[in-house]
Design a protein around this ligand. Structure first.
Ligand code: TYC
Length: 101
């Protein structure tokens, strides 16, 4: 029929992508006391004593350890706050961030 109206079959969908996630990495050094590293991990990353101790020991033995994964803003804020906590005590404690693959 020439007067038939057909609806277009295509639907427009807005593409949404998951935000890229960033790893917060604890870097070992020779000066920051172990107990202090554990305290910062507990305070800034809400870890238990057990979790914090495992992460600290892993960084101590291997050179670094992934602490947790967040969106970029949260990862940057937490890494900065945790690094500053060490600096305030004169320690070279360092947290860095790295994008996930
Ligand atoms: N290596 C430090 C020491 O022996 C402890 C330490 C562990 C420091 C992990 C930093 O990311 C770190 N006192």
């Amino acid at each position: 029929m020439s007067n038939t109206v057909t609806k277009p079959r295509t639907k427009v969908r807005t593409q949404v992508e998951r935000p890229r996630l960033y790893k917060v990495i604890l870097v070992n050094d020779d000066f920051t006391p172990r107990e202090f590293v554990v305290m910062v991990l507990k305070a800034e990353f809400r870890m238990t004593e057990d979790q914090a101790h495992k992460v600290m020991i892993t960084a101590h033995k291997l050179g670094s350890c992934v602490v947790a994964v967040f969106t970029r803003d949260v990862a940057e804020t937490k890494a900065t706050r945790a690094t500053d906590a060490g600096r305030a005590k004169g320690y070279p404690l360092l947290f860095t961030i790295e994008p996930e693959e």
